[in-house]
Write a protein that binds this ligand. Structure first.
Ligand SMILES: Nc1ncnc2c1ncn2[C@@H]1O[C@H](COP(=O)(O)OP(=O)(O)OP(=O)(O)O)[C@@H](O)[C@H]1O
Ligand SMILES: [Mg+2]
Length: 171
């Protein structure tokens, strides 16, 4: 049985992980958090002094995931999307959160100063949406509002429907 690969992307704090984990448990697809995968495997190639965070070794992340992605049925969660092979994904969802809501979420996570400002700007400039639109066929890229628990529930329903339809069409 063929199963689709789904990419969940968007600015830090928009709700990729909340959505991705619940989606995996409802759909039976495998959930992969690229940040966690990198941490576990130490898939880094240096340290960014300005942002005080390790730099992702994108090639090793791709090597690590290739077999799983070829099999299908994977939900990938990451705040970046331009380095994955385009062929991996059947659909891309970019979660979007209003600035004031995102600000509160990131602040309550302990983000402040430049890190907080940069992430809010990333959302204002719709950086991840543009990255997704330039990395994948526009027809497979969808934006989803992610401000409230009702949005989360609606997004789950919508993606579940999309997955079921894909499986009907491809099996
Ligand atoms: N639709 C929503 N409505 C209300 N709260 C939400 C919603 N989605 C996520 N949240 C909350 O916002 C916070 C951030 O969500 P989450 O950790 O899933 O974001 P993320 O996109 O995975 O961030 P990162 O890229 O940093 O991992 C969490 O406390 C989560 O419970
Ligand atoms: Mg997350």
């Amino acid at each position: 049985m063929r199963r689709p690969n789904v990419l969940l992307t968007g600015t830090p704090g928009v709700g990729k992980t909340a959505l991705g984990k619940e989606l995996a448990s409802r759909s039976g697809l495998i959930y992969v958090n690229v940040g966690d995968l990198a941490k576990e495997g130490e898939l880094y190639e240096g340290f960014d002094e300005e942002y005080e965070c390790p730099i992702l070794d994108e090639d090793r992340v791709i090597d690590e995931l290739e077999d799983k992605m070829s099999e299908g049925g994977v939900i990938v969660d990451y705040h970046g999307c331009d380095f994955f092979p385009e062929r991996w994904f059947h659909v891309v969802f970019v979660l979007r959160t209003e600035n004031s809501v995102l600000y509160d979420r990131l602040e309550s996570r302990g983000y402040k100063g430049k890190k907080l400002q940069d992430n809010i700007q990333c959302e204002i400039f719709q950086t991840l949406y543009e990255e997704a639109m330039s990395s994948y066929r526009e027809e497979i890229v969808h934006q989803l509002p992610s401000n409230t628990p009702e949005d989360l529930e609606r997004n789950l329903d919508q993606i579940m429907q999309w997955i079921e339809q894909w499986m009907k069409d491809n099996n």
